[in-house]
Design a protein around this ligand. Structure first.
Ligand code: AMP
Length: 509
């Protein structure tokens, strides 16, 4: 299929052609005609599939007629992170170059003054992160009752980051008569319920099975002792043909440590995490995109969904705590049909996390050894929490054909590893203790606020917000989202809507 067959206007098609695209991606092919018809769309698609253009292109056409009034934007796009919001704004600029649409980007970390001035002049497209939008709304700088099109992007990430209460408040202030486009990489039940509450008779479009990494990404796993991880990373960086790479850490404090270490070893490296001032975040990302920095150590929050053309490698300095983050991380490479390579560096304590990943992606990640470094087995945790050496994935140095290390050093390393691990556990426990609103103080009747039942629940409750990667988000605090209190299906509104039973969502609302 060609772009010209989707029903888009001539000016949008010209901009698409100049960008060099002739054929729509599957999500564009499936979603654009429905969006142009004014239908609500529930899109199950990851970043990297071309989903941004699947909503920006038709929105430009839809908004081409009409004029924005001061402080009353005509469309609203909600993004979980500042970088993603900025990326969507860039997409609008490229595809909207032959239109006179005005746009405002409302993201945290930048001064209110310029953003308020823009709103005062009237904007057609408002792209925002939920926190900043709520701030400006609270100050009376913005009215949302003229919104014709609402886009909620990366809904599952919004949920993970604790943004759903804000989003519910925002959506409650929007006109009921609007078009809603809702995108999520995965569709867990919470997201389904949310879509049910926000969308009216949506067209459901799915382009790839959730959580399947691109086939173009070659993956590998290295298991080393905790204290060998930096050396393992350096080895991989030196032996792989790395043009540019994201290096992911689980904690933002480790981002700085890894960056400094790489810098010390002569690598051209920058970092990106939620504690950095926005100006520095933007500057670093620009330098990386321009090739002035070739390695970027980052946290999940800061680098989520970032689109860097032709990224050759992704390194997981830490195995992600949440299996779905693995898919998102490695999805930064191997984009738009190009090949990419993704390496994960695990410690002996990451067995459970690796097992969760392989279960999710439904395949084993090939295990490789690093010359000169021991490859220990994963530790197994017994019922009582005690750890013992696992056998299933054991891969000793001798298997790689090298001399086994002297037992003394090896066991010394293990003791150090255990010490490191218990220190880390202690520091995590004390971090958690310092944080307010612990899960077990939440009301028992609230489904999302119950004390976590298992590791995964506990992990989910520790998800982080955009501006503070490490801050705990526990349940919904004082705000129980309305959609979770709803017991049955929402009644179908009286307004008749065209029905296409073959592909329509079965959800009402
Ligand atoms: P997204 O999923 O929106 O983050 O897009 C991923 C990448 O695909 C971006 O670099 C887009 O510029 C690129 N892209 C979007 N649409 C197309 C298309 N029709 N053909 C080729 N690449 C595209």
């Amino acid at each position: 299929m060609l772009f010209s067959e989707l029903g888009l206007g001539a000016d949008v098609l010209r901009a698409v052609e100049e960008k060099g695209y002739t054929q729509p991606t599957p999500i564009q092919e499936k979603a654009i005609p429905w969006v142009l018809q004014g239908r609500d769309v529930l899109g199950c698609a990851q970043t990297g599939t071309g989903k941004t253009a699947s909503f920006t292109l038709p929105m430009i056409d839809i908004l081409a007629t009409g004029r924005a009034r001061a402080r009353m934007p005509r469309s609203l796009i909600l993004e979980p992170t500042r970088e993603l919001a900025a990326q969507v704004a860039e997409t609008f600029e490229v595809y909207g170059q032959y239109h006179k649409l005005s746009m405002a980007l409302l993201i945290g970390g930048e001064t209110f003054t310029e953003q308020v001035k823009r709103l005062d002049r009237g904007v057609d497209v408002l792209i925002a992160t939920p926190g900043r939008l709520m701030d400006l709304f609270g100050r009376g700088n913005i009215m949302l009752n003229d919104i014709k099109v609402l886009v909620i992007d990366e809904a599952d990430r919004m949920l993970d980051m604790g943004f759903i209460p804000d989003i519910e408040k925002i959506v409650a202030t929007l006109p009921k008569m609007r078009q809603t486009l809702f995108f999520s990489a995965t569709m867990p039940p919470e997201i389904r319920r949310l879509a049910d509450a926000f969308l009216h008779n949506p067209k459901e479009v799915t382009v790839a099975p959730p959580a399947s990494p691109a086939a173009t990404v070659t993956q590998a796993l290295v298991v080393v002792h905790e204290e060998d991880k930096r050396e393992a990373l350096r080895h991989l960086l030196r032996t792989e043909d790395v043009k540019n790479a994201f290096i992911f850490c689980n904690r933002k404090r480790d981002v700085a440590v890894v960056q400094k270490s790489l810098e010390k070893h002569g690598f051209n490296v920058g970092c990106l995490h939620g504690d950095m001032p926005q100006s520095k975040r933007t500057e670093t990302l620009e330098a990386f995109k321009a090739g002035q920095i070739s390695l970027l150590v980052c946290s999940d929050v800061a680098a989520r969904g970032l689109d860097v053309q032709g990224l050759s490698h992704v390194f997981n300095f830490d195995v992600p705590i949440h299996a779905d983050d693995y898919v998102h991380r490695i999805g930064r490479t191997g984009r738009a049909g190009r090949s990419g390579r993704a390496f994960s560096i695990a410690s002996p304590y990451d067995g459970k996390a690796v097992a969760a990943i392989t279960k999710l992606i439904q395949r084993e990640i090939p295990l490789i050894a690093i010359d000169g470094l021991e490859s220990p087995a994963f530790e197994e945790e017994s019922e009582d929490g005690a750890r013992r050496r696992g056998g299933a994935r054991r891969r000793g140095r001798d298997e790689g054909g090298r001399e086994p290390k002297a037992e003394g050093r090896s066991s010394g390393r293990r003791e150090r590893s255990d010490r490191d691990r218990s220190e880390r556990d202690r520091s995590e426990r004390s971090e958690r203790a310092e944080r307010p609103a612990a899960a077990d103080t939440a009301p028992a009747q609230a489904p999302r606020s119950e004390a976590p039942r298992n590791d995964r629940d506990r992990d989910r409750s520790r998800r982080r917000r955009d501006d503070d990667d490490d801050v705990v988000v526990v349940g919904f605090g004082d705000h129980m989202p309305a959609f979770m209190m709803r017991t049955g299906r929402r009644a179908r509104p009286a307004t008749p809507a065209p029905v296409d039973t073959a592909t329509d969502s079965t959800q009402e609302g």
